[in-house]
Design a protein around this ligand. Sequence first.
Ligand SMILES: Cc1ncc(C[n+]2csc(CCOP(=O)(O)OP(=O)(O)O)c2C)c(N)n1
Ligand code: SF4
Length: 321
Amino acid sequence: MALKWQDYKTDVFVDWCPGCGNHAILAAVQVALSELGLEPHQVVFVSGIGCSGKLPHFVKAYGVHTLHGRTLPFAQGIKISNPDLEVIAVGGDGDGLGIGVGHFVNAGRRNIDMVYMIHDNGVYGLTKGQASPTLKFGLKVKSIPRENINEGINPIMIALSSGYTFVARGYAFHTKHLKDLIKQAVEHKGLAFLDILQPCPTYNDVNTKDWYEGIDRKDPDTGISKPRIYRLEETGYDPVVRNEDEKFVKIVAAMEKAREWGDRIPIGIFYKNELAPTFQDRIGQRIPFYLKNPPAKQRICDENGVPITDINLFIKEVKAE
Ligand SMILES: Cc1ncc(C[n+]2csc(CCOP(=O)(O)OP(=O)(O)O)c2C)c(N)n1
Ligand code: SF4
């Protein structure tokens, strides 16, 4: 039976502020899952703490709302234990690029076949809008008393230099385009990173929907706005690595694109490499039974419910002088 986006809707009240980009991201996620034909029991969302961290409550699938910044270790553990699950880690830029940035970098080295999406609003929304690591230098948003004194970090650059094999940026209010990016990220063989520009109308009054869409840059003759957002795929940009020798050339090209910000903000796929072995491939090489019998599928008790694992040996070991 064909699935509908409503099949991924829960009864939990969506308490994000009116006009928040998170609503559009939620819709994109639900439509993407239905178009991929994934049953809710095949998917697990893992989030940290933040407004964006509430997403697993609103999507009917498995979900874990875990600790601030610890989204990726949880998500990776789930995927390694049960590689049949489609794992989608999700959170804010504060969660993933502040407290969680060490995990963000190290996840790239493993290339686990899963998705990580960041709702990138430049602020810590849930805790009332402090500057987050992606807020650009010199910006004064309404919840901070003076201009941001720190440089903003570039999540696309970090992902590219950390080994992510699919690196893309979406924009919440180009929702159909975002939905397509989510589908491609899920279908990608390897670790996919999706940086999603997400207006936070309550605390970030600079990077607003109007700003991204260039309302302040009307052509004097036509009165038409000049959007800052543009799509990489409409410029002939080719992100795909087709042979090993191309890898660094494509990373360098993607970094060049990642530097663009201000009058021109690219969205779309910056880099895609399916030639690198996934973590699953790597474990399968080392532990041949892993793929047939991963940890989550191993029997832990016999037919009478008696544990097969004998922890007495372990306890004896721990107690030994
Ligand atoms: C260990 C720990 N440190 C700090 C906090 C406080 N805290 C809660 S959410 C949050 C940041 C939220 O910002 P972000 O991750 O960007 O998500 P958003 O709310 O913008 O979606 C912080 C610092 C916490 N809950 N736990
Ligand atoms: S505070 Fe910002 S990010 Fe959080 S729900 Fe409101 S608008 Fe969205």
